[in-house]
Design a binder for this molecule. Structure first.
Ligand SMILES: [Zn+2]
Length: 168
């Protein structure tokens, strides 16, 4: 859960109990207890109620936030099913050009098998191809407005030119 909390509401010079922290941040007190238990929030647990210093809590929330914002590696996708950055299964991905400057990378999550999508800049494609085996796909027909009666392909970036066969 990458929820962000209103750390600006925490006053640095105050000392809070678990209840008060939960109240100020609008979260469950179990969440606060978990932070103290295993996520590195320093608290005075020598007596009850447990006490957390405001500035310590502010620092903790700030660090948590920075971690959540941590940039995804270019060739990784974020899996919405099992929630985490994943390197595409088998290091393979599909790429569909969607606009002149961007496209969609589709890959499978190695952990849960879900389909992951990521919009990338066209200019990042080469860097991704250095890490993954990327198959360029044609945009699916429903996304392409096909007004020409015949297949008059005007793709400027055709990756391979088909070998010309001379007849006769
Ligand atoms: Zn997954």
């Amino acid at each position: 859960m990458a929820k962000s909390f209103p750390s600006y509401k925490v006053k640095s010079h105050l000392v809070y109990t678990v209840w008060e922290v939960a109240d100020v941040l609008g979260c469950h007190r179990q969440t606060v207890i978990r932070w103290i238990g295993n996520n590195g929030l320093a608290a005075d647990t020598s007596s009850k109620p447990w006490l957390i210093e405001g500035h310590v809590l502010k620092d903790f929330l700030g660090q948590r936030q920075r971690k959540a914002r941590c940039k995804l590696a270019l060739h990784h996708c974020y899996c919405l099913s099992c929630r985490g950055p994943r390197e595409p299964d088998g290091k393979i991905a599909d790429y569909v050009q969607e606009t002149a400057s961007s496209g969609r990378v589709t890959a499978l999550c190695p952990t849960c098998g879900a389909v992951m999508n990521k919009i990338i800049r066209r200019s990042d494609l080469e860097a991704i191809q250095a890490k993954l085996e990327v198959t360029r796909q044609q945009a699916s027909p429903r996304l392409v407005s096909c007004t020409e009666p015949h297949s008059k392909v005007t793709l400027k970036e055709e990756p391979e030119t088909h070998a010309k066969t001379h007849l006769g």
